[in-house]
Design a protein around this ligand. Sequence first.
Ligand SMILES: Cc1cc2nc3c(=O)[nH]c(=O)nc-3n(C[C@H](O)[C@H](O)[C@H](O)COP(=O)(O)OP(=O)(O)OC[C@H]3O[C@@H](n4cnc5c(N)ncnc54)[C@H](O)[C@@H]3O)c2cc1C
Length: 421
Amino acid sequence: MTVSVATLTGTEAQIDEESLEELRMMVRGDVLTRNDPGYAAVRRPYNAMHPGTPSLVVRPTGTADVVVAVNFARSRGLVVAVRGGGHSIAGLSSVDGGMLLDLGRMDGVDVDPDARTVRAQGGALIGDMDHETQAFGLVAPSGIVSDTGVAGLTLGGGEGWVRRKYGLSVDNLLSAQVVGADGQVRTASADSNPDLFWALRGGGGNFGVVTSFTFRCHPVGPIVAFAGVFHPAEDAENVYPRFRDWAQSAPDEISALIGCTTLPASENTPPEIHNRPFIVTGALYTGDPLEGMKIIQPLREIGTPLADISGPLPFVAVQAAFDEFYQRGTLRSYWKSTYVEELTDPVLDLLVDRALNRPHDRVFVVAFQMGGAINRVGAQATPYSERSANWMVSIDGNWLDASDDDRVISWFATHGPGCTR
Ligand SMILES: Cc1cc2nc3c(=O)[nH]c(=O)nc-3n(C[C@H](O)[C@H](O)[C@H](O)COP(=O)(O)OP(=O)(O)OC[C@H]3O[C@@H](n4cnc5c(N)ncnc54)[C@H](O)[C@@H]3O)c2cc1C
């Protein structure tokens, strides 16, 4: 059978059975066309707006397979999408008609506890990495949803619960192994291909296929102090300023957020918050859990919460605490964010307005506390150049039905994070 695959010049390459067979012989992983039974079972992307319908899927098991796949694609001029964890909001996790290089089988993680480093393959998820590092009481700074890919997250910066104490993922990246479009394997680090190393730390992708990342780790957990407090949305005008006042004097050991959304009933969330708009305040303390519980106590004393899941908790549980907000392959998503110097009163007014007037229940209006170690890195040191703001405001537009696409997306033009009224 011949398979048509989109090329970079807008034509279709005809890949005959013999070439496919050759590719199958050369890779240890999977080579799948739409007729193969395994095709439908490939992990879906997060954003249901962009499922993608690749003509050809290669699922490598290691760097050697990636080299073969890249050479195969280059020699035929194929359009290629590279998928790590599949969490691209912009629709870069897949491709229509082209070749998908899905690294999902490359999810290995190795910790060197003496050197305090971890090496994660290009298809590992944050949850895979935390599982291994936490066995040694270590953490490599990443994100806050366990299902996100280490690869795309790192290539874009990587903001997680330890960001103010230990920085972003890119600030802790020591080296990466990269297969270039020329099929050559390179190590990128401060000493080896430093330009490539610079680009990988926030440049967003398209500098080659990263087959592994090596990060510096830090001692955090396995138990950490965590605040997770849920308030009725009607209390916004009290909760937001009190959260802001607490957060702006918190030490770097604290990374905090405040957000507003509505979630359906689930056994993973407190029943008190089901199907009603709520505000959540969250904070993690990276040091001694008992000391941390004292520092987060004022957050727990704001107003009359609907529910409070705070406590000394396993770090891996904290890393999954927001998983329920985001379900892979079901939510349609369009997100926008911006940085703000401080949560001044006018900024808070805008935040509260957006929180209370979301265009869909599932939209999450959230402010992440930044600063600390993030801002101690020079603006030119990495492509992640925003190193002065103390907050990032994101409106995570999530909804369920395609019939809402236009309405929700056009709302951003007048009410998105860049809009000042
Ligand atoms: C539910 C959710 C929660 C999120 N939470 C956070 C968070 O807490 N902190 C944060 O910083 N960000 C967060 N993000 C943003 C996330 O980091 C980016 O969307 C990121 O690009 C996802 O990476 P991925 O590997 O899962 O996605 P993918 O769709 O697989 O990849 C994203 C981009 O990276 C490229 N890429 C992926 N793997 C490789 C590779 N191995 N080599 C070369 N290029 C590659 C892809 O081609 C694509 O351009 C979140 C996103 C979602 C949807």
